[in-house]
Design a protein around this ligand. Structure first.
Ligand SMILES: *[C@@H]1O[C@H](CO)[C@@H](O)[C@H](O)[C@H]1NC(C)=O
Ligand SMILES: *[C@@H]1O[C@H](CO)[C@@H](O)[C@H](O)[C@H]1NC(C)=O
Ligand SMILES: *[C@@H]1O[C@H](CO)[C@@H](O)[C@H](O)[C@H]1NC(C)=O
Length: 932
C-alpha cells in the first residue's frame, strides 16, 4: 500500500520548472558587466570626502566606466563611453578628496559624479587624447573646490597640445600648442610645473624623449630638453614610464633587450642607469613600474620584471632634493606570473604582491613583510590543468603599527574573472570575461539529446510500439529508483520550496542547454542556461597575440560537442560538458561525395556576390551602380515549419511560399554622404540566384544600423530614415510575407505539383508588406524557435538606445492586417487588427523588464524540448538570457500550480482509504452474517 503511494508522490514531485508571466526575474538572468578592467584606470576611491567607505572605480577595455561596491561586487553605477573601442587609449583619474572622477577617451574629457555617475561636464579636445591628469596643487597651494584637469592630445602627424580644464565646469583655461610633429606621449604635474613628454623621431628612426615644462598658471613654456641618447629607443614599447602626480614623477625606459633600466626624475636632466638581473638566462619579457599616485607620498617606486616563467621586483627610492635614484631592496624571484599593487596611507607607501598562491605586503621603506596570506583558491573555474594567474591588482590596506590589519585586493585573473580577496580569501567574483563574448551558441548535453531522441522515436512510431518503448524506458528508469528514494526527503523539501537544484542530466524540458561563448581574447566558456550563475568551464582555446582578431564561429553538433571555426583554424571540437578538446577523427561518409557536389559556396565582396557549385560559377549578383553590398542573411538552417498554409478565419487556407534557400540581401549607397542615401532589400533564392522580391528605400541614415531577418516565409528589416524637408528622422520596421497565391485555397501554378526542385525556376511569390513607425532604432533582429514551429513566433529586437530587448508578437506586425477598415469577423478570429502605421512597444513585450541591458550586439535562440518554449541568449557588453513562450505555456504546469493543495488531496484520500477500508470490510462481513 505504502510503496504505490510513495511512487505516486515521487512522480508528482519531479521538479518542474515553470514559465509564466509572474516569473519575471525567475526565468531570466542578466549579468551587468563592465568588461576587463584596465590596470591604469582601476582604483579605490572615496565617492565623497566625507564617506568612510571607498568604491572601486574602473574604465574597462570595453569602454565602460563604473563603480563597484567592494563589499559584494555589485555595480553602483556605470556609463558606456560612446565610440570607444577596446584598442583605443583611455584614462580615468580621481583627485584626492574629490567627488568627481575624470575620464578621457578619444577626444572627450568628461567628469562624472563619483557617487552616482551623473555627468558633471564634458569637453572635447582638438586631437585624440594621449593623457589626462588632475592638478593636485596649483601655485604651490592645495586647490580648493574641484581640482582642474590637464589633458594632452595630438593625433599622428597633427599638432599636439596641452589644455588646462576648469575642474568645476570643464571650461578651457589655457591651451599650449607644441611646434613640430612630435608625438604626444604623457603629461605629469608637480607643484610648480606641468611637464609634457613627447616622442621625437630622429632621422634614423629612433625615438628621443622630449620634455617640455609649462607654467601651470599661464600655460607658457618655461623650458624644454631632450632625454635619452640618439639611438637608444627603437620603439615606444620599451618606455615603462609612470608619470602623474607622485611627489617625484619619473620616466623610465629600457633597451630592446631589457638589459638596462634608465630612470629620470621628470624635471631633472639626470638619468640613472641600472643593470637588470638576467636570472638563469631567462630573458625578461616585460618591465613595469608601480608607483604611488599621491603628491604627498614618499617618492618610492617598484619595478616589476617578468620572464616567461617567473617574476621578481626591485624597489627604488628617489632623493627629492637632488633627483638621485637608488635601489633600496629586491623582492625575490618566484615562479609563475605575479601582480603588484601600490597603496598609500598618509605618506607611507605599501606594495602588495599577488602570486598564484599567496598575497604579501611590504612597506616601500624596507623589505620586512607586514602581512602574508595564503590563497588556497581564487574561487573561479578554469580549463582542465590550467593554472590560474593574477594579471593585475589594486589594493586598499590599513596598517596598525607594524602589521597590516586589513587588506582588500581586487584582482583580474587570467581566466578573465575579476575577484576581490579579503586577506587571502576570495569574497566575490565578477565574470567580466563574458563582456568580451564575440560568438555564442546553444548546445544540448548528450544525455538530454539522447532523451529527446527517445521521445522523438516514441512520437513517430505506431501506438503499440510507442507504448512498448515507453514501458521499456520506464523499466530502464527503475534502476534509478534506489538512488531516487535516498534523495527523496530532500526532493520533497525542494519540491515544496521550489528550490529544486536540477542538474543537466535530469532535464526533461530541455531548459538546461549549455551556452558556449567564445571571447575576443581566445577563450571559450560554458554556461548552463537553466542555472546561469554557474560557469561550467572556462579555457583558453586560441593563443592570440595582442589585439589579434580571430573571428570565431561556433556550431553545436550531436553528441554534446561544439565546433569552432576561426582564423586560428577550423574544425576544432570540444566536449561541452567539460571543455575537453576532442581529437578530430574525420567521419567516414559514404554519401560524402554526393553531398559535397551539391554544396553552394558564396563569396561576397563589396561589389558582388558570387555563388559557386562544385567550383563552377552558379550565378552572380552585382548591385546597381553606386551601390555596395551591406549584408546577406540566409534562412536559419533549423527553421521548422509546422504547416504549409495559413488557416483563415473562414477555414480556408492561404499557402505560404516556402523555400529552404531563401536569403535576404541588402545593398546600400556606396557614398554615405549627401541626402540621397538608398538601401535595397532583395529576397534571393540562393541556389538559382533568382530575385523573388525587391524594395528600395530612399533617404536612409546609413550611419544607423540596418537589422535584417528572414524566417519561414517572411522577412523583416528595420532602418532609420534621415530627416528630410517633409518628415523628421524616424525608425521604420518593415515586415513582408511571401505567399504562393493571394487567393485562398489556391496554390497558383504549383497546384498538383508534387515534385520540388530548387534549381528549376519556381514561380514568383506574392509578397505582402507593411511598414511600421517604431519608437527607437533596432540594432539586431532575431526570431524565437520552437521544436516543431507550431507555437507562434515572436520577433526579438535589440534596442541599443534604451538598453532593452523586446519580443514583438508576429500578429502585431502581420502584413495581412487590414488597411483603412476594421477587421472583419473572420479576420478577428485570426487575431488580425486594423493596420496602424505607428507601432508602440507594449511594455509587456519587454523581455528585459525594467533592467538596463547595455551594449547588446547579438542574440541567439534555441528550441526547448517542449514545444511551447524558446530559449534566448543575448550578448554584447552585458549578457541576458530568458525562456519565452509566445503562445503561453500550454504544455507545462505554471508556477502558480498549487502543489500543496494537490498533495493535500492525495494525502487526505490516502488517509481516508486507510480509515474507511476496515469499516467497509466489517460492514461487508456484517452483511454476510445478516443473510445467513
Ligand atoms: C579606436 O579603435 C578603432 C578600432 O580599433 C579604430 O578604428 C580607431 O581608429 C581608433 N581611434 C583612435 C582615435 O585611436
Ligand atoms: C564529455 O565529457 C563527459 C564528462 O566527462 C563524458 O561523460 C562524455 O562521454 C564526454 N563526451 C565526449 C563526446 O567525449
Ligand atoms: C515527380 O517525379 C517523379 C520521378 O521523377 C515522376 O515519376 C513523376 O511523374 C513526377 N510528378 C509530377 C507531378 O511531375
Amino acid at each position: 500500500m505504502l510503496l504505490p503511494l510513495l511512487s505516486a508522490a515521487t512522480l508528482l514531485l519531479t521538479p518542474s520548472l515553470a514559465v509564466f508571466q509572474d516569473e519575471a526575474f525567475h526565468i531570466d538572468y542578466h549579468f551587468a558587466l563592465l568588461g576587463a578592467p584596465k590596470e591604469s584606470t582601476t582604483f579605490f576611491h572615496q565617492p565623497n570626502p566625507a564617506s568612510k567607505a571607498s568604491l572601486i572605480y574602473t574604465l574597462s577595455e570595453e569602454g565602460a566606466l563604473g563603480a563597484v561596491n567592494p563589499r559584494d561586487g555589485s555595480l553602483v553605477w556605470r556609463q558606456l563611453l560612446q565610440g570607444q573601442h577596446q584598442s583605443n587609449a583611455s584614462f580615468l583619474r580621481a583627485g584626492e578628496g574629490q567627488d568627481l572622477v575624470v575620464s578621457g577617451s578619444l577626444n572627450q574629457v568628461a567628469a562624472w559624479s563619483a557617487e552616482d555617475g551623473r555627468l558633471a561636464w564634458r569637453t572635447a579636445t582638438d586631437g585624440v587624447l594621449r593623457d589626462v591628469e588632475i592638478l593636485e596643487l596649483s601655485d604651490g597651494k592645495e586647490m580648493v573646490g574641484a581640482k582642474d584637469a590637464v589633458a594632452l592630445s595630438g593625433s599622428h602627424g597633427a599638432q599636439s597640445s596641452v589644455v588646462r580644464l576648469d575642474g568645476a565646469t570643464g571650461a578651457v583655461k589655457w591651451t599650449y600648442e607644441f611646434d613640430g610633429s612630435d608625438e604626444a606621449y604623457q603629461v605629469s604635474a608637480s607643484s610648480t610645473h606641468i611637464y609634457a613628454i613627447l616622442l621625437h623621431k630622429t632621422l634614423l628612426g629612433y625615438l628621443r624623449i622630449r620634455v617640455v615644462s609649462l607654467d601651470p598658471v599661464t600655460g607658457k613654456k618655461i623650458d624644454e630638453y631632450m632625454l635619452s641618447s640618439e639611438n637608444e629607443l627603437a620603439t615606444a614599447d620599451t618606455i615603462v614610464s609612470v608619470g602623474a602626480n607622485s611627489a617625484s614623477p619619473i620616466i623610465a625606459w629600457t633597451d630592446a633587450a631589457h638589459s638596462t633600466l634608465k630612470v629620470n626624475v621628470v624635471g631633472s636632466k639626470a638619468i640613472s642607469s641600472f643593470t637588470i638581473d638576467q636570472h638563469a638566462g631567462e630573458t625578461v619579457a616585460r618591465v613595469q613600474v608601480h608607483a604611488p599616485y599621491h603628491i604627498n607620498s614618499l617618492s618610492h617606486f617598484l619595478v616589476h620584471y617578468e620572464t616567461a616563467t617567473s617574476h621578481w621586483a626591485d624597489v627604488f627610492h628617489v632623493d627629492v632634493n637632488n633627483g638621485k635614484v637608488t635601489k633600496a631592496y629586491s623582492l625575490p624571484k618566484l615562479a609563475g606570473k605575479g601582480a603588484f599593487s601600490t597603496s598609500t596611507s598618509d605618506a607611507n607607501v605599501y606594495f602588495t604582491r599577488i602570486t598564484r598562491d599567496e598575497l604579501s605586503t611590504v612597506s616601500s621603506a624596507s623589505h620586512g613583510i607586514l602581512g602574508r596570506w595564503p590563497v588556497t583558491s581564487f574561487g573561479v573555474v578554469s580549463g582542465i590543468g590550467e593554472v590560474i594567474e593574477p594579471v593585475h591588482a589594486v589594493s586598499e590596506v590599513s596598517v596598525k603599527g607594524d602589521a597590516v590589519s586589513a587588506i582588500r585586493t581586487v584582482v583580474l585573473l587570467s581566466t578573465g574573472d575579476w575577484i576581490l580577496l579579503r586577506g587571502g580569501t576570495a569574497t566575490w567574483n565578477r565574470p567580466e570575461i563574458l563582456a568580451s563574448t564575440v560568438a555564442a551558441t546553444f548546445a544540448m548535453p548528450a544525455e538530454v539529446e539522447a532523451f529527446a531522441e527517445r521521445l522523438q522515436a516514441e512520437a513517430s512510431s505506431n501506438p503499440v510500439s510507442a507504448y512498448v518503448q515507453r514501458l521499456t524506458r520506464h523499466i530502464a528508469e527503475l534502476k534509478d529508483l534506489p538512488a531516487l528514494l535516498v534523495s527523496f526527503p530532500q526532493r520533497v523539501v525542494n519540491g515544496f520550496l521550489g528550490t529544486s537544484e536540477d542538474d543537466l542530466a535530469s532535464d526533461n524540458f530541455g531548459f538546461h542547454q549549455i551556452i558556449t561563448c567564445a571571447t575576443r581574447n581566445g577563450r571559450m566558456l560554458a554556461l548552463d542556461a537553466g542555472n546561469p550563475n554557474r560557469i561550467l568551464w572556462n579555457r583558453q582555446v586560441a593563443d592570440l597575440k595582442k589585439e589579434q582578431a580571430w573571428n570565431p564561429r561556433l556550431a553545436s553538433s550531436k553528441g554534446g560537442e561544439v565546433t569552432i571555426n576561426s582564423q586560428a583554424g577550423t574544425g576544432f571540437r570540444y566536449n561541452i560538458s567539460n571543455g575537453e578538446q576532442l581529437v578530430s577523427i574525420l567521419p567516414v561518409d559514404v554519401e560524402g561525395d554526393a553531398k559535397a557536389a551539391r554544396e553552394v559556396r558564396f563569396t561576397m565582396t563589396d561589389s558582388a556576390l558570387d555563388a559557386t557549385v562544385d567550383s563552377k560559377p552558379a550565378w552572380h549578383f552585382s548591385p546597381a551602380s553606386g551601390q555596395t553590398i551591406h549584408s546577406l542573411v540566409p534562412r536559419p538552417v533549423n527553421d521548422p515549419v509546422a504547416s504549409i498554409g495559413k488557416v483563415l478565419g473562414d477555414r480556408r487556407v492561404l499557402y505560404k511560399y516556402l523555400d529552404p534557400n531563401l536569403a535576404l540581401l541588402v545593398t546600400k549607397s556606396s557614398l554615405t554622404l549627401g541626402p540621397s542615401n538608398t538601401a535595397t532589400f532583395y529576397v534571393l533564392n540562393t541556389v538559382s540566384g533568382a530575385i523573388l522580391h525587391a524594395s528600395t528605400h530612399n533617404d536612409i541614415d546609413l550611419t544607423s544600423p540596418i537589422a535584417t531577418l528572414i524566417s519561414e516565409n517572411w522577412l523583416a528589416y528595420s532602418f532609420t530614415s534621415a530627416a528630410s524637408a517633409t518628415a523628421p528622422k524616424g525608425q521604420q520596421l518593415v515586415i513582408g510575407e511571401l505567399f504562393e497565391s493571394l487567393v485562398p485555397n489556391d496554390r497558383g501554378p504549383l497546384t498538383g505539383n508534387q515534385n520540388y526542385s530548387s534549381t528549376i525556376s519556381t514561380p514568383e511569390p506574392y509578397t505582402l508588406t507593411h511598414t511600421y513607425q517604431i519608437p527607437e532604432a533596432i540594432s539586431k533582429l532575431a526570431v524565437t524557435r520552437t521544436k516543431q514551429g507550431i507555437t507562434s513566433r515572436q520577433l526579438l529586437a535589440l534596442l541599443p538606445d534604451s538598453g532593452a530587448i523586446v519580443g514583438i508578437p508576429y500578429n502585431a506586425l502581420n502584413p495581412r492586417r487590414p488597411v483603412g477598415r476594421d477587421a472583419t469577423k473572420d479576420e478577428q478570429a485570426e487575431g488580425l487588427l486594423r493596420y496602424n502605421p505607428v507601432l508602440e512597444f507594449d511594455p509587456k513585450w519587454l523581455l528585459s523588464h525594467q533592467r538596463e541591458v547595455l551594449g547588446l550586439e547579438e542574440v541567439v535562440t534555441s528550441p526547448a524540448l517542449i514545444e511551447s518554449t524558446s530559449l534566448v541568449f543575448a550578448w554584447g557588453l552585458d549578457v541576458f538570457g530568458t525562456k519565452i513562450s509566445p503562445s503561453f505555456s500550454f504544455d507545462i504546469l505554471g508556477r502558480d500550480f498549487n502543489k500543496f493543495q494537490m498533495l493535500g488531496t492525495v494525502a487526505a484520500l490516502g488517509v481516508l482509504t486507510f480509515v474507511v477500508a476496515p469499516l467497509v470490510t466489517r460492514k461487508q462481513v456484517d452483511q454476510r452474517w445478516k443473510f445467513l
